[in-house]
Design a protein around this ligand. Structure first.
Ligand SMILES: [Zn+2]
Length: 413
C-alpha cells in the first residue's frame, strides 16, 4: 500500500523534509502524553533520537509552479501529522480521513473567487484555535494563499505570530515573492519549494495510479509540461484534447490582421465556454440550495420578511458566482497560453538546435517550419509575446486587449 506521499511526483527533497517534520511532530505529541505512547510504540523504536520539536513548526508555505503539487504536498503532510503512526502510512483512519477530506481537524480553504476575504479568514482562524478533537493537530490548508486580500492576510498573520500550541497552517502559493505572500507572513513560515516534475515522473504516476496506457501517458506528460493534473485531463478527457488542438492550430491560422483578431476572439470565446461549463453545475446547485433554505414559494406568516432578506442573500450569491466565473475564465485562458508558449518554445529550441525534447510532439513539424522561417530571434520574440500576455492578464489588463496585442505580434513577429 503506497503511503500518503506516493503521489507527490518527482519531489524527493520536499518529501524528505516533510517526513522528518512529521516524525518530529509525533515526538512532540508523545512528549506531551507520555502515557499515551501505546499505539505509536513501533514508531518510537523506528525513529530513535528524534528531538521533540526539531523539524516541526506551526506555519509552512509550499511553493512551486502550477501543477507541481503544492496542495497535494500540503494534504499529504496534513495526513502524516494526523497519522496514528506519525508517518503518513496511508491506511490508518487519520491518514484516510485527511486524504478524503473528511477529517474533523483538517480544514481546506479553496478560494473560489479572485481573493479570500477577511470575514472568511477571521472565522477560520477562530475555529483553528480550538482544541483538536482527534487529540493531534488542528490543521488549516490554504490553497492559493496568493489570493488572500490584504486584510485577510493580516488576520492570518496574527494567528501565525501567536499560534495556539496545536495549530498548524499550511499555505500554498506560486512563490515567496512579496506579490504572492507578504514579507511578514513569509518570515514566520518554513518554505517547502517544489519543482516542476520531470515528464518521465509524471508519466509514471499516470500509469501506476490512473491506469493510463504508457504511450498516452508519455505524450500527455510532455504536453502538460510537468503539470500533473493537466496531464491526467489530457490523457482522459477528449474535450480537453480538442481544446488543446484548437489552441495549437493558432500559429498556422495567423495569415493577416483580420485572421489574428479572429484568432484572439476564438481563443477568448473558447476560454469563456470552458469556464462556463466548469462552474455551471456548481452555480445551479448553490442557487437551488439557497432557495430551499429560504423556503422559496412559502406563503405563511413571515414569508414577506423572509423574501426581503432572501433578495440580499441571492445577490451575495450571484456576486460570489460571478467572481468564481471570472477566475475560471482566467485560468482557462492561462492554460491555453501555456500551451501556446510551449509551441514557440519548441520553435526556439529547434532554431537553436538545442538537444531538448519538444513539449508538443504532435506539432513538432510545424514548430520546425516556424524555426526555419523565423530564426531563433523571431521565435524568441513570439515566445515573449505569449509570456507578456500572461503577465498582462495577471496584472488585470482586459483579456481581449492583451490577447489581440499578442496575436498581432505572433503574426508580424
Ligand atoms: Zn496513517
Amino acid at each position: 500500500m503506497p503511503d500518503v506521499f506516493a503521489d507527490l511526483v518527482g519531489q524527493d527533497e520536499a518529501v524528505a523534509t516533510l517526513r522528518h517534520a512529521a516524525a518530529a511532530a509525533a515526538a512532540v505529541l508523545r512528549a506531551a502524553h507520555p502515557a499515551a505512547v501505546g499505539s505509536g510504540q513501533a514508531e518510537v523504536e523506528g525513529q530513535p533520537g528524534v528531538d521533540p520539536g526539531a523539524g516541526m513548526t506551526h506555519a509552512w508555505i509550499f511553493t512551486g509552479p502550477p501543477g507541481s503539487g503544492r496542495s497535494v504536498a500540503a494534504r499529504a503532510f496534513a495526513a502524516a501529522l494526523q497519522c496514528a503512526y506519525g508517518t503518513g502510512c496511508g491506511e490508518c483512519p487519520g491518514c484516510h480521513t485527511t486524504m478524503t477530506g473528511t477529517h474533523a481537524d483538517v480544514r481546506l480553504v479553496v478560494p473560489e473567487g479572485l481573493s479570500i476575504g477577511v470575514g472568511e479568514m477571521r472565522a477560520l482562524v477562530l475555529r483553528a484555535a480550538s482544541t483538536p478533537s482527534g487529540g493531534r493537530w488542528q490543521i488549516v490548508i490554504i490553497e492559493d494563499a496568493d489570493r488572500l486580500t490584504e486584510a485577510a492576510g493580516n488576520a492570518l498573520l496574527k494567528a501565525i505570530e501567536e499560534p495556539p500550541p496545536r495549530t498548524v497552517f499550511l499555505l500554498c502559493a506560486p512563490s515567496t515573492h512579496p506579490d504572492d505572500v507578504s514579507v511578514t507572513i513569509r518570515s514566520r513560515c518554513r518554505v517547502v519549494p517544489l519543482r516542476q516534475p520531470p515528464a518521465a515522473a509524471v508519466a509514471e504516476v499516470l500509469v501506476r495510479r490512473d491506469g493510463i496506457a504508457p504511450d498516452v501517458a508519455q505524450w500527455a506528460a510532455a504536453a502538460a509540461q510537468g503539470h500533473v493534473g493537466r496531464a491526467r485531463r489530457l490523457a482522459r478527457d477528449p474535450e480537453a484534447r480538442q481544446r488543446r488542438d484548437a489552441v495549437l492550430a493558432v500559429p498556422r491560422r495567423l495569415t493577416g490582421v483580420g485572421a489574428a483578431l479572429d484568432a484572439a476572439s476564438a481563443l477568448i470565446a473558447a476560454a469563456e465556454a470552458e469556464a462556463e461549463a466548469s462552474v455551471a453545475e456548481a452555480d445551479a446547485a448553490e442557487r437551488a440550495a439557497l432557495q430551499t433554505a429560504l423556503g422559496a414559494g412559502g406563503t405563511g406568516r413571515g414569508a414577506a420578511a423572509a423574501m426581503r432578506g432572501a433578495a440580499g442573500q441571492l445577490k451575495d450569491l450571484e456576486k460570489r458566482q460571478k467572481s468564481r466565473a471570472t477566475r475560471a475564465q482566467r485560468d482557462a485562458l492561462d492554460r491555453a497560453l501555456v500551451d501556446l508558449a510551449g509551441f514557440y518554445r519548441d520553435a526556439l529550441t529547434m532554431a537553436l538546435r538545442a538537444p531538448v525534447a519538444p513539449v508538443h510532439t504532435d506539432t513538432a513539424a510545424m514548430a520546425e517550419a516556424g524555426a526555419q522561417k523565423w530564426d531563433a530571434e523571431g521565435a524568441l520574440r513570439r515566445l515573449e509575446a505569449v509570456l507578456e500576455c500572461r503577465a498582462a492578464i495577471e496584472a488585470n489588463v482586459k483579456p481581449r486587449i492583451a490577447v489581440e496585442a499578442m496575436m498581432l505580434t505572433l503574426w508580424k513577429g
